[in-house]
Design a protein around this ligand. Structure first.
Ligand code: MG
Length: 287
């Protein structure tokens, strides 16, 4: 099922899309986190509004508009991207040019206030950074929380999947060593438009693509993840509890702006589009 959050007539509601792509309000849920909490009981017979709403008549919000805590993100999780990033000289996590491929997942966090919806602007951080970059990523939404989740059970803890664009200020990422500031500037987290529930998605075989102004920059498949979704959940939850509604952005494939010589940073007016099989298309413009 394809689920989202939208503003309809001034009210924030959870919506479900039908096969024709029209929205109906999910009347059982106060918001997406409430729906995730009660999903096991509700999923068989969701109460949906009778009349569909055309997408043009509603304002799409991020599928989880206010995540309860920071996003978990994964660095260098596609081989070719790990190599392009380390070669670029901006990789403060590498000890040298031969240290591109991580032995263990690199987990960092991104402050959740940076999240913006499909169609919302990414604001150019004038005077703060001149090194804006895009990163198309598969995001995992945790359903049932847990600690010490083994990889054999990891996918049972996933509510669904969504598209994420891990916007990054490369100069800040390099200068501050820790990546949090460079990853968390306001509006640096385009997310959505939908969450597709886990029963409809094989996270190990999804095409992932990103365009800037119509030019294809990134094109890969999640089968090329160095650390798959199960490994990421097992690793993160080993000693810290994952909660329902937690978001894990699984890393980006090769083709980011910094992989070009010279780097092709984002500028004002650039239109980004990210597509992942079955999950839809996420579009945002830098303003
Ligand atoms: Mg990333």
């Amino acid at each position: 099922m394809k689920l989202g959050t939208a503003r309809v007539g001034g009210r924030e509601v959870v919506i479900a899309l039908d096969a024709e792509g029209r929205a109906r309000v999910v009347e059982d849920a106060r918001d997406m986190l409430d729906l995730i909490d009660r999903w096991e009981a509700l999923k068989g017979n969701l109460r949906l509004s009778r009349d569909p709403i055309e997408l043009s008549d509603l304002q799409i919000l991020p599928p989880i508009p206010r995540p309860p805590r920071s996003l978990f993100c994964v660095g260098k999780n596609y081989r070719e991207h790990a190599e392009e990033f380390t070669k670029s000289g901006f990789d403060s996590s590498a000890s040298g040019p031969n240290d591109a491929i991580p032995e263990h997942p690199i987990i960092f966090s991104k402050v959740q206030d940076c999240i913006v919806a499909h169609g919302e602007a990414v604001r150019y951080p004038e005077g703060v950074s001149n090194g804006l970059d895009y990163e198309a990523e598969l995001a995992v939404i945790i359903g049932r929380g847990g600690r010490a989740i083994p990889r054999s059970e990891a996918l049972d803890h996933v509510f669904g999947y969504a598209i994420f664009n891990d916007i990054t200020a490369r100069d800040l990422q390099a200068r501050h060593k820790q990546w949090l500031i460079g990853k968390s500037l306001d509006t640096f987290g385009p997310f959505g438009p939908w969450i597709v529930t886990a029963d409809e998605v094989d996270p190990a075989d999804l095409d992932i693509r990103c365009w800037v102004n119509g030019e294809l920059r990134q094109s890969s498949n999640t089968r090329h993840l160095i650390f798959d979704v199960q490994t990421l959940i097992e690793t993160i939850s080993a000693g810290l509890t994952l909660h329902r509604g937690d978001i894990i952005a699984t890393g980006t494939p090769a083709g980011v702006g910094i992989g070009f010589t010279p780097p092709r940073y984002l500028i004002r007016g650039d239109k980004m589009a990210v597509e992942i099989s079955k999950l839809g298309r996420l579009e945002n413009t830098v303003v």
